[in-house]
Design a binder for this molecule. Sequence first.
Ligand SMILES: N[C@](CCCC[B-](O)(O)O)(CCN1CCCCC1)C(=O)O
Ligand SMILES: [Mn+2]
Ligand SMILES: [Mn+2]
Ligand SMILES: [Mn+2]
Length: 304
Amino acid sequence: ERIGVLGIPFSKGQSRVGTEYGPEVLRNGGIVRKLQNLGCHVKDHGDVEVIHVENDDPEENAKNPRTVGQTSKLIADKVEQVLRSDDICVTLGGDHSMAIGCIAGNARVEPDLVVLWIDAHADINTPMTSDSGNIHGMPLSFLVHELESYVPKLPGFEWLSPCIHAKDIAYIGLRDVDAGERKIIEKFGITAFSMQEVDKYGINEVVERALRAVDPEGKRPIHLSFDVDAMDPTLTPSTGTPVIGGLSLRETYYIAEEVARTGRLSMVDVAEVNPLLGDDKDKKLTVDMTISVIQRFFGNRRGG
Ligand SMILES: N[C@](CCCC[B-](O)(O)O)(CCN1CCCCC1)C(=O)O
Ligand SMILES: [Mn+2]
Ligand SMILES: [Mn+2]
Ligand SMILES: [Mn+2]
């Protein structure tokens, strides 16, 4: 396949400096070359331009709304452009608010897409249910039709309309879900496999059930949004909101290999790598583990 790599050096969806260097450290870790070595045609489209709005006061408890909203529009436009020329887009983040523009852009090209959200967190707080005001904990709430009447139109988000339905989302890896998010997941019947289900059923059963839930006929394009904090912090320590008891390397490989096997992968977001957190060993480990997972979406199978 033709892969288009896009850097998203963004951090304003949360309050810790460092995720803006995610694209740089992933590129320095050799992600483009390693994908090319798998026989993929890989084009690096550079970085999305990040908007910085002065005096970007919180709105409805959401922080940096104009900066996040306006940057998200540029992300969506760039992602659409990449997907018009390449088969699959791999975005290198950047905090997980990047997924607003990534999914919005992908949905313009693949309106029938489904979303696999691999994350310790549900990232579906509305501005009102969030306890932090960090938009990286809210991205899905801006994208889901069923939540439109619950989410205020923030400044900077005028361009965005919801583009997915609650039934199009499946979570794997949850272990730190806020009360408001739990209510939303239950109210709209969102498919959610927490680490408890991973332990109960095993990753093979969880992946099979997740795919069947969102795409029973096995024909819809897949948007996979990968928050590196889905993995156990012993594997990806350099991330802003680590939660113990995460996915193992082998479980994460399995998810990637099974999604690759569908042949319907449309886009992979790689979110929340923060190379300023932890020591140099932590940073290198986080980058190496993340890249080794991404390789498995593109044909690097353990069985050869
Ligand atoms: N749900 C959180 C964390 C969001 C993480 C975003 B991700 O997944 O992209 O990394 C947690 C809010 N809150 C923090 C203090 C303790 C209770 C939970 C929030 O800030 O909304
Ligand atoms: Mn997370
Ligand atoms: Mn729709
Ligand atoms: Mn996330």
